[in-house]
Design a protein. Structure first.
Length: 262
């Protein structure tokens, strides 16, 4: 499928930046949202130097007043995006007693509230146009929760619930929805959230680690092919299938292989 423009949140680095590069290389106009203005500027310069078209807006998508203001500007500058990729999100992996109240709030702001606010900001025009594609990016933790990451898992579950509810809302319209999720990705996430990598369940070894480029490629291909569910590698699909077929077995595996309090 051919799209004119793709809006990407959390676009200044990691998977978001790689999604932007891959879409722009195929001639798609990219609209980049993130909090780090300097990194956004560098990415825009790189894309434009390669012949692509990029527009950047520094914003915290978890603040609805700022999202409303930025969305209004985007509508004037670029128009209504063909695709929205709700990719913003982060968070430390901690047990509940280790997690600060403010940290829990931040992990709900992005990804969940950011996805809600951005999607809401453009939904009236997308419905009037009766076309578009919304991709909600979460983690395999939303499918198969594990220990040692309470607030993080809850925020990723919120994304899953948001996606399912939104998909139901949009049934019968011309607007598509996709859920994207992955297990471990080699990215800057681990350096930005020290202490989290050691809490990856031992069962993760069943699923090969993928790069940011591979995750981004899966999303770009998934959008182009109109996939409802986007994940990689193949073993992620196997683990997901096992979870749906036998949740008790999956929970047992995750409990046995998960991170333990010390």
């Amino acid at each position: 499928m051919t799209y004119e423009s793709v809006l990407i949140t959390g676009a200044s680095s990691g998977i978001g930046a790689e999604i932007a590069r891959q879409f722009s290389s195929s001639g798609v106009r990219v609209i980049l949202l993130a909090r780090n203005e300097d990194k956004l500027t560098d990415l825009v310069n790189d894309i434009r130097a390669s012949g692509g078209e990029a527009h950047a807006y520094a914003v915290d998508v978890g603040v609805h007043e700022d999202v409303v203001e930025i969305a209004s500007q985007i509508k004037v500058d670029v128009g209504i995006p063909s695709v929205i990729i709700n990719n913003a999100g982060g968070g430390k992996w901690r047990f509940i007693e280790e997690t600060e109240y403010e940290e829990a709030v931040e992990m709900i702001k992005a990804p969940y509230l950011g996805a809600f606010f951005i999607t809401k900001a453009f939904m009236p025009e997308m419905l009037e146009r009766n076309s578009g594609h919304i991709v909600n990016v979460t983690s395999i933790a939303a499918i198969t929760p594990f220990s040692g990451a309470t607030a993080y898992t809850a925020s990723r579950k919120a994304m899953l619930g948001f996606h399912e509810a939104l998909s139901a809302d949009l049934y019968g319209t011309g607007i598509r929805t996709s859920l994207a999720y992955f297990a471990k990705i080699e990215s800057s996430f681990w350096a930005n959230n020290p202490g989290s990598e050691e809490r990856i369940p031992a069962s993760q070894k069943m699923i090969p680690v993928i790069s940011e480029q591979e995750a981004a490629k899966a999303i770009v291909n998934g959008v182009n092919q109109g996939k409802r569910v986007i994940t990689a590698p193949f073993m992620s699909k196997v683990v997901t299938a096992l979870n749906y077929l036998s949740p008790p077995i999956t929970r047992l595996i995750m409990n046995l292989t998960g991170y333990k309090r010390r």
